[in-house]
Design a protein around this ligand. Structure first.
Ligand SMILES: [Zn+2]
Ligand SMILES: [Zn+2]
Length: 255
């Protein structure tokens, strides 16, 4: 069974999706599901993008099954590495996505991150920070949405072209490949052919460097997005000759 390995429910500050509805929708679509609510320790707005893990497990444990698993999307930062590690080691997560949402204490959703910076500068800043964080943070299973910066940047063409940033992207991919971890194919915007081609270029390079695994996640914040663009994602994985996996009890499972 294929899994949607990245969705947000009511434990995420930016989602109101009820877990019961998410589980029902994934079943209807023939998909397994891993809930991965947002945890960004030290988020610039106090109390946002964090949640109580005790309650999370208390409320969701009763739904846990072979096709519904409990994960987390952990925001990686360079100023709370030990806190992040401790959190991950304190709870029985099936799966941990490591994501970069905040750079220099600015959520890159904010236009301020791009002000007075050209694309090359802001993207390099984002990618260098990602490299620094993932090198230090060895407690995640899949690197979430490597192209996150493309969602909110304020340039005419926000796409992340491998060739424009290959040195730093290679360093990032090497860290993930050497640890035998996965790269996430985030299916948001994947219906865009340029977005898909750019992701494919990254995945092919990951394979060349020795990477083996990908996860697929819709990043759904509502039921309509669950499983979206999965056919495109599967094609990309096949074309790059990478194995699609999901994680249960922090261990790779072949789809
Ligand atoms: Zn994210
Ligand atoms: Zn997400």
């Amino acid at each position: 069974m294929f899994f949607d390995c990245h969705i947000h429910s009511t434990f995420s500050t930016d989602s109101t999706m009820l877990i019961e509805n998410a589980i029902k929708t994934s079943k209807d679509k023939g998909l397994g599901l891993i809930v991965t609510d947002h945890m960004d320790l030290n988020y610039p707005i106090e109390g946002s993008f964090i949640f109580d893990c005790n309650n999370y497990f208390l409320e969701y444990e009763k739904y846990r099954s072979n096709d519904f698993l409990i994960g987390i999307e952990l925001g990686l930062r360079d100023d709370c590495i030990e806190e992040n590690r401790k959190l991950i080691n304190s709870y029985p997560f099936d799966y941990v996505i490591g994501s970069i949402h905040v750079v220099d204490n600015i959520d890159i959703f904010q236009p301020g991150f791009y002000e007075n910076r050209d694309k090359k500068d802001s993207y390099l800043h984002y990618l260098n920070y990602m490299y620094k964080c993932i090198k230090e943070s060895d407690f995640f299973d899949s690197l979430g949405h490597i192209n996150y910066v493309t969602r909110y940047a304020k340039y005419d063409d926000t796409e992340l072209y491998y060739n424009d940033f290959k040195e730093i992207i290679d360093e990032i991919l090497k860290v993930v490949a050497y640890r035998e971890k996965a790269i996430e194919i985030n299916t948001r915007r994947l219906e865009n052919k340029i977005t898909a081609q750019n992701m494919l270029d990254v995945l092919k390079r990951f394979k060349e460097i020795g990477g083996k695994y990908v996860t697929i996640g819709s990043d759904a914040h509502n039921i309509a997005s669950i499983g979206s663009n999965f056919d495109i994602a599967k094609d990309l994985a096949t074309e790059a000759d990478l194995k699609i996996v999901y994680f249960k009890n922090r261990k790779k499972q072949l789809d």
